[in-house]
Design a protein around this ligand. Structure first.
Ligand code: 13P
Length: 249
């Protein structure tokens, strides 16, 4: 049985006032069959972990550096993330691949650093609209998987999030067939590279304009084990029904 995961990426949104959303979320889900992860901005990590301790809500960071420590002004290491009490970290989000020129090997280093620090990496991949329109989606996905997924993976240390860039924050969602095609492809690639048992154990999340109104439909797909949600994770009242839909799937 693969872990189902409802993950929220707050991106660069929220100050300490937003922490009350975590309280509301934890109170609304005193029990959850799926793993709930919220990734707030780094300055909120410590307090977010304090608020959600002994609740079903786990906390993750939105990025970490690939090195253990050193002269990297403004960056945070995986060990620092773990030290806050967080259990997860997003790596390779398309916004960072784009704005900070992160390449597959940088993302792989980050995923390896996360594992070494005892964190579970939520590793993001996804094609641009240009790639999609040129029918290059599966080639891009294959390249991102081979370049950014480390050699040594387990279900506890790696989750993959498929986030088509053109679906992020746009309200445009791929058809279920398109989601199924890519998720099935990712599963096959993982099984080929890591063996059937490991390949089948890794949770695959879909991300890009997931909302309460479309979540149940997306969760019908066999190889969709949850979602990585941006805008609709900021408010507990928007994220809660997505968690409920995943628990019911
Ligand atoms: P939206 O849900 O706002 O489209 O963002 C998706 C995303 O980028 C999550 O990492």
């Amino acid at each position: 049985m693969r872990r189902k995961i409802a993950a929220g990426n707050w991106k660069m949104n929220g100050t300490s006032a937003a922490l009350s959303e975590l309280d509301t979320l934890a109170q609304s889900h005193t029990h959850s069959d799926c793993t709930i992860v919220i990734c707030p901005p780094a300055p909120l990590l410590f307090r977010a972990c304090e608020i959600t301790v002994a609740t079903p809500v786990s906390i993750g960071a939105q990025d970490c550096h690939g090195e253990v420590k050193g002269a990297f002004t403004g960056d945070i290491s995986a060990e620092m993330v773990a030290d806050t009490g967080a259990t997860h970290v997003i790596v390779g989000h398309s916004e960072r691949r784009d704005a900070y020129n992160e390449r597959n090997r940088d993302v792989r280093n980050k995923a390896e650093a996360a594992r070494a620090a005892g964190l579970c990496a939520i590793l993001c991949i996804g094609e641009s609209l240009e790639d999609r329109e040129a029918s290059n989606t599966l080639d891009i996905i294959a390249g991102q998987l081979s370049g950014s997924v480390p050699e040594d993976i387990t279900a506890d240390t790696l989750v993959i999030a498929y986030e088509p860039i053109w679906a992020i924050g746009t309200g445009k969602v791929p058809t279920l067939e398109q989601i199924v095609q890519v998720h099935d492809f990712i599963r096959t690639q993982l099984c080929t590279r890591f063996g059937a048992e490991t390949g089948a154990s890794i949770s695959l999340l879909y991300g890009g304009s997931v909302k309460a109104s479309n979540a149940a439909e997306i969760f019908k797909a066999e190889n969709v084990d949850g979602a990585l949600v941006g805008g609709a994770s900021l408010k507990a009242e928007d994220f809660s029904p997505i968690i409920t839909a995943l628990n019911a799937s």
